[in-house]
Design a protein around this ligand. Structure first.
Ligand SMILES: NC(=O)c1ccc[n+]([C@@H]2O[C@H](COP(=O)([O-])OP(=O)(O)OC[C@H]3O[C@@H](n4cnc5c(N)ncnc54)[C@H](OP(=O)(O)O)[C@@H]3O)[C@@H](O)[C@H]2O)c1
Length: 284
């Protein structure tokens, strides 16, 4: 598969978003592992996870443990796989999501992620979402310290605007920004352009519109369905190919709970849209 730059690594142009494997209505473990193995066998070398991808407070780290176990059990070379995790989102007892960007919490969260992943160093550690109660540079400063201590190889941020990215860069080298981007959500254009100009990978989250909307992409976005018909591709492949065509730093990370979904998504890397098709999608 085509590769793209992520810090000092190159990774597959399409990554796997592992969230659907551990949140509400997640598949049985055996199916989850098959999905991860299908992704890796298909050439994916970037898996996105987070400590908070679970169903509640008593399961924090579920997705990290699952991903790590699946990668360890894979027949290929683990060293070719970049596992990107995140800290800064919390899960409450009732399953609701919270935020904690305090440096002390992020240090604890990183240590827990190291244990969950069964590793001494995290490939890419991302600050999940700014906490309005904590100055951004303090939160990112914790990640800088973790990198300095060797617990984290590369640092990324998520759900940041351009000013926030600049602030983060003043504290530590930022290799990736993970923001929402899809046919339904296009307002991350400024962050894509800024990252492209500064050698930062842009990881597009919910690139198919999110877990509940992804299967209805064709009916929600008729222009993508029309191009899919022209190309003999799925509308989801067209959405991912369109995202890849936006800039050379964009790496969509579609989620999947079934092998067939991620195998279909992988083929988007080989789908090249014409300028005319891209323009129609841009303006749809
Ligand atoms: N940083 C953040 O704040 C943040 C927020 C949300 C998500 N994320 C990350 O972004 C990743 C992706 O987002 P997401 O999972 O919310 O949404 P998504 O990727 O837009 O949609 C995921 C759903 O798409 C379906 N799908 C995938 N490929 C398909 C294909 N080729 N054809 C048809 N259906 C397909 C899957 O269905 P099946 O389940 O049937 O396989 C899956 O449930 C997450 O897994 C997570 O890693 C990050």
């Amino acid at each position: 598969m085509e590769c793209r730059k992520l810090g000092d690594r190159t990774v597959s142009a399409i990554g796997l978003g592992a969230m659907p494997l551990s949140v509400e209505d997640h598949p049985p473990r055996e199916q989850a592992v098959r999905t991860i193995h299908a992704a890796l066998d298909g050439g994916i070398s970037l898996i996105d996870t987070a400590d908070a991808y679970c169903t509640g407070a008593d399961e924090v780290g579920h997705n990290e443990r699952l991903v790590a176990a699946a990668v360890r059990g894979w027949s290929g070379d683990r060293d070719t796989v970049v596992i990107a995790t995140k800290g800064g989102h919390t899960r409450q007892g009732d399953g609701s999501w919270g935020l904690n960007g305090s440096p002390a919490y992020l240090r604890r969260a990183c240590d827990a992620s190291l244990r969950a992943l069964g590793t001494d160093v995290i490939d890419l550690y991302q600050f999940h979402r700014p906490d309005p109660g904590v100055p951004l540079v303090e939160s990112v400063g914790a990640l800088a310290d973790l990198r300095h201590e060797g617990k984290v190889r590369m640092v990324g941020v998520s759900n940041f605007d351009v000013d926030g990215i600049k602030d983060a860069q003043s504290v530590v080298p930022i290799v990736s920004v993970q923001n929402e981007y899809s046919p339904a959500f296009r307002s991350s254009r400024a962050e894509i352009d800024y990252c492209d100009a500064h050698g930062i990978a842009f990881l597009a989250w919910s690139p198919l519109g999110g877990m509940s909307a992804a299967h209805n992409l064709a009916s929600r976005h008729p222009a993508f369905a029309a191009v899919a018909d022209e190309c003999g591709a799925s509308p989801q492949q067209v959405a991912l190919a369109w995202e890849l065509s936006q800039a050379p730093n964009v790496i969509p990370i579609p989620g999947a709970s079934r092998p067939d979904s991620i195998l279909d998504s992988i083929r988007a890397a080989d789908l090249h849209l014409t300028d005319a098709q891209r323009s129609r999608l841009d303006h749809s």
